[in-house]
Unconditional design. Structure first.
Length: 312
């Protein structure tokens, strides 16, 4: 797909996002002390080590995908007139590796479901079942079972036979699922944190109150809006009705969420908690804080979905 000179900022933004995607994954893969880290100083749980070890090949494959993505962006940055077939192949390969990465998180979902079932069978209190259901079970099931399926369907839709509209539709559906996954994961961690720290943790640190609101309400609203875009596009017979400005707004909002949570701790600080241990120490998607550099140029560009359809 050729990119006019007026879209140079869009190309730069895409390059920076690709670099962030690669570097964050590179750091995670070669920081192996994270395996079993959550168990240090506590009781040994074989399940946690199994989850970490099974996830490691997925991280390696994601690193390979990040390297391919970065190399592709650098190559097409200098040679934008390359073949559509090659672009499709590379994009499908990157998405396949990304889907496998999420699929390797499936043991976490299996063990969490097993734990909740055992709690229910042992006639535990309702709260003892509901809290892990919200904190762990639902998020891990969606991220490791639903999202990979959507990614693989998107990969199939990008073949040369399937109409472009179907690929774009599944791109929007997959994007919606990403936002839903981040909403579930981060909301679950806030629930876990507040059960330990109580609501005073929000009152004592106003930036935490804002982060909590952006997570529970903001990401939910963004997921609804992204789903609305996907549904509207699916019903439309005219791809040009959806502009990249709306897609750019979603990308920017999602990136600003990650950027705010990262910078707010640096500039304002707060008492360390499970929330910050998760978001700053174990969040393999923190690379998304670079997304505004891609989303803002999309919002300001005059690109239309029909441009993508005609060239891809």
């Amino acid at each position: 797909m050729q990119t006019p000179k007026s879209h140079y900022s869009l190309k730069v933004g895409l390059l920076i996002v690709a670099i962030s995607y690669f570097l964050f994954t590179f750091h995670a893969v070669f920081t192996l002390q994270w395996i079993g880290e959550w168990l240090r100083g506590g009781h040994f749980h074989l399940e946690t080590f199994i989850e970490d070890i099974v996830a490691t090949p997925g991280m390696v494959l994601r690193l390979v995908g990040g390297a391919i993505a970065l190399a592709s962006v650098v190559y097409y940055f200098r040679k934008p007139a390359s073949s559509t077939h090659k672009m499709r192949f590379l994009l499908r390969l990157i998405l396949t590796l990304e889907g496998i990465y999420w699929l390797t998180l499936l043991p976490s979902a299996v063990f969490s479901v097993r734990a909740v079932v055992l709690l229910a069978l042992n006639n535990q209190a309702l709260n003892a079942v509901l809290y892990p259901l919200v904190e762990v079970v639902i998020p891990t099931v969606v991220e490791s079972a639903v999202l990979p399926v959507a990614l693989l369907i998107l990969v199939y839709s990008l073949n040369t036979i399937t109409p472009q509209k179907k690929a774009l539709k599944w791109g929007l559906i997959t994007g919606t699922l990403y936002v839903v996954v981040f909403w579930l994961l981060n909301s679950g961690m806030w629930v876990l944190t507040l059960t330990e720290k109580s609501t005073s943790y929000l009152i004592s640190y106003p930036q935490n109150l804002l982060s909590f609101g952006l997570t529970v309400i903001g990401l939910a609203a963004l997921a609804v809006y992204t789903g609305f875009l996907a549904e509207s596009f699916s019903r439309s017979n005219n791809p040009s009705e959806l502009s990249f400005k709306k897609v750019g707004a979603v990308v920017t909002a999602l990136g600003m969420y990650f950027l705010w949570n990262y910078l707010s701790f640096i500039f304002f600080g707060a008492q360390w908690s499970e929330w910050y241990a998760w978001f700053l120490g174990h969040n393999l998607d923190l690379w998304m804080l670079s997304l505004p550099l891609l989303g803002l140029p999309l919002m300001l560009s005059d690109l239309q979905i029909k441009d993508l359809v005609s060239q891809v």
